[in-house]
Design a protein around this ligand. Structure first.
Ligand code: ZN
Length: 261
């Protein structure tokens, strides 16, 4: 076990450490982060996520089947994810959600996996981590996730890598959920995200990297990693007009409360 002693906070609530070229080196550079949640996208990567959580004291895992993988769902996959979810370092059911961008799985298969991930969340008292993505110019996935949330009311959940759909954010907040901002918050063209970030309630905000994806400014063009969460946090603080240290304290406390670490 690599024991870390964070001198300050900062929490990366969404990473895919198994997709980094040198994850342990990236975690060396993230030793001062209070926590990193690494999410699985299928049974193998969920097992890998748990491996990182067993090796690093500031890493926790989520187990799940990404909506683009929903076509591979089977009883065997469910059993493997269920077995992993019994581990105390697992704090999330996901990454799950609805994806119509890639046409990788049918809506029916995606709903079936959502039902399984909810069952897992309830069985193990886990936080559901939702991905949502529509085709360009459509909001079908957002509307379907919104309807699903209203129908099922998961007790603890995050809308990850918030993409600007205010109606979904409002529904999420109304149902007690959290909204997480990723590196795209820092992109010049995304003023609407910074406006949304300024208006949402402070006690429901989280930050993440979605490593190795969505690298923030000034790290665009290279692979993202947990330590870069600082740049998104800086822009979030600036958008809300509060000092960096305050934003760090608030998002850290939110994550600790939600994920119970
Ligand atoms: Zn992800």
């Amino acid at each position: 076990m690599q024991v870390c002693y964070p001198t300050f906070g900062m929490t990366d609530t969404h990473a895919h450490l198994d997709r980094l070229e040198a994850p342990d080196e990236a975690l060396e550079r993230a030793r001062d982060l209070r926590a990193v949640l690494t999410l699985g996208t299928d049974a193998a990567s969920s097992a890998a996520a748990l491996g990182f959580a067993e090796s690093w004291s500031n890493v926790y895992a989520g187990v799940g089947l990404h909506p683009t993988e929903a076509g591979t769902f089977s009883e065997e996959v469910a059993d493997r994810l269920r077995a992993l979810a019994a581990h105390p370092r697992v704090r999330a059911s996901g990454e799950t959600g609805i994806d119509y961008y890639w046409d990788a799985a049918t809506p029916a298969d995606q709903l079936r996996v959502l039902a399984f991930q909810l069952e897992l969340a309830l069985e193990r008292d886990l936080v559901m981590v939702f991905h949502v993505r529509s085709k360009e110019g459509s909001d079908a996935a957002e509307r379907d996730l919104e309807a699903w949330l209203r129908e099922h009311e998961p007790p603890r959940f995050v809308l990850h890598a918030f993409g600007g759909d205010l109606r979904l954010a409002e529904t999420g907040l109304e149902l007690g959920g959290y909204v997480s901002f990723a590196g795209n918050l820092t992109y010049k063209k995304n003023a609407h995200l910074r406006e949304a970030a300024a208006a949402l309630p402070a006690d429901r905000l989280l930050v993440e990297t979605d490593s190795p994806y969505l690298p923030p400014v000034p790290k665009r063009g290279r692979k993202n990693e947990p330590a870069f969460v600082r740049y998104t946090l800086e822009v979030l603080a600036e958008a809300r007009g509060v000092p960096f240290e305050e934003m760090e304290r608030v998002t850290d406390a939110n994550a600790a409360r939600l994920f119970r670490w």
